[in-house]
Design a protein around this ligand. Structure first.
Ligand code: GLC
Length: 657
């Protein structure tokens, strides 16, 4: 028999006053904001918790513990961070600002370790970066780390990077400079070396209940029927036999990443405490890794289940109460319709994840680059343009992961193309097989699944834009053209609406690094080819005019500065696409009141002619347009005349009366 959870009224009238007293909170003074926001959030926290765990034995005790965690976390929050929370709150929705620009990097591959980071910050500041995503730095066993996404201790910095004190020191340096920090919370799984997994292996049933473990194949087989494989080549199947435990354990990603069982409220609370711990370190954006996977149900794909959303909403409410300055990015790399749900639906619109990756548009820009056409992209906008106000995208050309072509077949079909053939074309275009036809791209297929025909793409921005091949051939014009492509791809991501996230190395045009093939801890995962080990001599060439590093860096710097100088590029959910009068040209309108900017991109390798009518069609009354990219003024001509765009050329136009 399960114990029914005490009513909300019971908590409000009885338990909460007791808890507040127990923790000696100062209701009229320094704890006032917290207590108010706890009361405000309580009905939702209660409802969400109840939905997930109401029927669980000891639900009431678990709920009380959860409230204790919130109080504990608030009490631990430093005065300085509380002031920072206040500062952010006064800015409105601080993270929508056009003044933020991010970079994602591996601390060890970029700066050696955490202590080495401050010395590299000027390089980033000069570029216009004021937001850092440090790739996972918590303890993770070498050789079985998945780039740090197999965490064995959520509260200990891996010695390879330094110590928690080094991290705190870096955060201080960053905050003093007005910079923001994003860290990962790997919510879905732990390393099999985590102490919970070790206890489970030792036979402790309490900790076996932290994971999905089974003594035989009955349940695993049932799950496997409907679950796709994430790494079909390197980690086929979703379960691993653990000899020590003599049980099967669910391992959706690699065999060393054990999926946590969020049906167990103890797991939820333990992970929430880790989240709040990061909040109190001073994390500004928490990147929740792989949230689509956190709830499992046999007979389903175990992705995007309603309970996964309930869990995220519960996390959001708790964070808002105890760590109000920390926003949440849900790393849901799923179909466009599904991604949208991570912003919240129904009464929770804009109350789930504050950010999501714009994985759809990221992939679509690679689609446009390969095909030279914009129809598939334009046909895939219906859902993503509905992003609710108050939430935002991470916009990017690529990240540490592969590029998945995750948009729907229907968008391809609506564009008049055969989805199977179109995807085949894209895979061939980006993956170099030695005897390649005319494709300039140098990438490799990642996680090809012969059973489904699916494949994703690995490769750096520069290699996929043709720089690797052009350099290999010593082909000057091709080098120039690939730099132009790199900058157009960056411009497309930077002005898209959201927080642009540059992947480190791309700022100086790094090409693929194949040395991972010699490293047994990495050679099973070709994503390492696009995670460069930074050579600072190469980076310093950016200071020498005429080098490709100079061109790429200076171009990117100009784009970021341009975005930063114009508030209209804040993410006020203010994006529309212009009609496709030329299928090679994508035109994005960013508007705010009477302010407008037209971002025009020619995705084709040929000169494109765009009728001036496109601007009149937008109701544009100005007679001239100032292009911020080339710093030139053009006159809007008649409908029979054209704006002429060079191959892969782009413009960022501001109307001039
Ligand atoms: C996320 C990470 C990816 C990792 C996976 C498992 O998708 O971005 O690098 O392999 O989660 O944690």
């Amino acid at each position: 028999m399960s114990t029914p959870i005490l009513s909300l009224e019971g908590f409000l009238s009885e338990k909460i006053p007791q808890l507040l007293q127990e923790h000696a909170l100062d209701l009229k003074g320094k704890d006032k904001r917290f207590v108010e926001s706890l009361h405000l959030a309580l009905p939702k926290v209660y409802q969400l918790f109840h939905e997930l765990y109401g029927a669980f034995p000891e639900a009431e005790t678990q709920f009380l513990e959860l409230l204790r965690s919130l109080i504990w976390s608030h009490k631990e929050r430093s005065h300085a961070l509380q002031e920072r929370d206040q500062f952010k709150a006064e800015k409105g929705i601080w993270f929508l600002s056009n003044e933020l620009a991010g970079m994602s990097l591996y601390v060890d591959r970029f700066a050696g370790n955490l202590k080495g980071m401050p010395a590299k910050i000027p390089h980033l500041e000069e570029l216009g970066i004021n937001f850092l995503h440090l790739m996972p730095i918590m303890e993770s066993p070498l050789g079985e780390s998945d780039g740090g996404y197999a965490v064995s201790d959520f509260r200990k910095v891996d010695p390879r990077f330094g110590t928690l004190e080094d991290l705190k020191a870096l955060i201080q340096v960053m905050q003093n400079k007005g910079m923001y920090l994003m860290l990962d919370m790997v919510l879905n799984h732990t390393s099999h070396h985590h102490e919970w997994a070790k206890k489970a292996k030792a036979g402790d049933p309490e900790y076996q209940a932290f994971y999905h473990t089974y003594e035989d194949r009955w349940v695993p087989n049932e799950f496997e029927q409907a679950m796709p494989e994430i790494f079909p080549e390197s980690a086929p199947g979703n379960f691993t036999w653990c000899e020590e435990m003599k049980r099967w354990v669910m391992t959706v990603f690699h065999s060393y990443q054990w999926d946590l069982n969020f049906r167990n409220p103890q797991v939820f609370r333990a992970m929430l405490e880790n989240i709040l711990f990061y909040g109190n370190l001073g994390v500004d954006v928490l990147r929740i890794d792989a949230p689509a996977f956190i709830w499992k149900q046999a007979g389903t794909s175990c992705q995007n289940l309603p309970q996964a959303h309930t869990l995220l909403r519960l996390i959001k409410q708790c964070v808002q109460v105890a760590s109000p300055g920390m926003t949440i990015l849900g790393e849901a790399i799923v179909a466009p319709k599904e991604i949208m749900n991570y912003f919240g639906t129904g009464e929770y619109v804009a109350q789930e994840c504050d950010f999501a990756y714009h994985a759809t548009q990221m992939a679509l820009q690679w689609d446009m680059l390969a095909s030279g056409e914009t129809q598939v992209m334009l046909n895939a906008q219906e859902d993503v343009l509905k992003k609710p106000y108050g939430t935002s995208w991470i916009t990017y050309t690529r990240c540490h992961d592969d590029i998945g072509l995750g948009y729907e077949d229907a968008s391809i079909a609506r564009a008049g193309k055969d989805p199977y053939l179109h995807r085949k074309f894209l895979k061939e275009y980006y993956s170099y097989s030695g005897d390649q036809w005319m494709s300039p791209a140098r990438g490799v297929l990642f996680s090809s699944n012969p059973k489904t025909g699916d494949a994703r793409i690995s490769g750096t921005l520069a290699s996929l834009c043709g720089l690797e091949k052009a350099l290999f051939e010593g082909n000057g014009p091709a080098i120039e053209l690939s730099i132009q492509k790199i900058l157009m791809m960056q411009a497309h991501a930077i002005f898209l609406g959201g927080l642009p996230m540059i992947f480190y190395g791309d700022e100086v045009g790094y090409i693929n690094d194949y040395s991972y093939q010699q490293d047994p801890s990495k050679n099973y995962d070709n994503r390492w080819m696009h995670r460069p080990l930074i050579d600072w001599e190469k980076v310093n060439r950016r200071k020498t005019e005429g080098t490709l590093e100079f061109q790429v860096y200076e171009g990117l710097k100009k784009l970021l500065a341009l975005r930063k100088s114009q508030p209209v590029f804040s993410d006020w959910s203010n994006c529309t696409w212009m009609n496709p009068h030329n299928i090679h040209v994508a035109g994005l309108v960013r508007s705010r009141g009477s302010e407008r900017r037209y971002c025009i991109y020619n995705f084709s390798e040929s000169t494109a002619y765009l009728t001036w009518y496109v601007f009149r069609e937008q109701g544009e009354s100005a007679t001239q347009l100032h292009d911020h990219w080339t710093d030139s003024l053009v006159t809007i001509g008649s409908d029979q005349e054209h704006l002429i765009l060079e191959p892969y050329g782009f413009r960022i136009f501001e109307p001039k009366a």
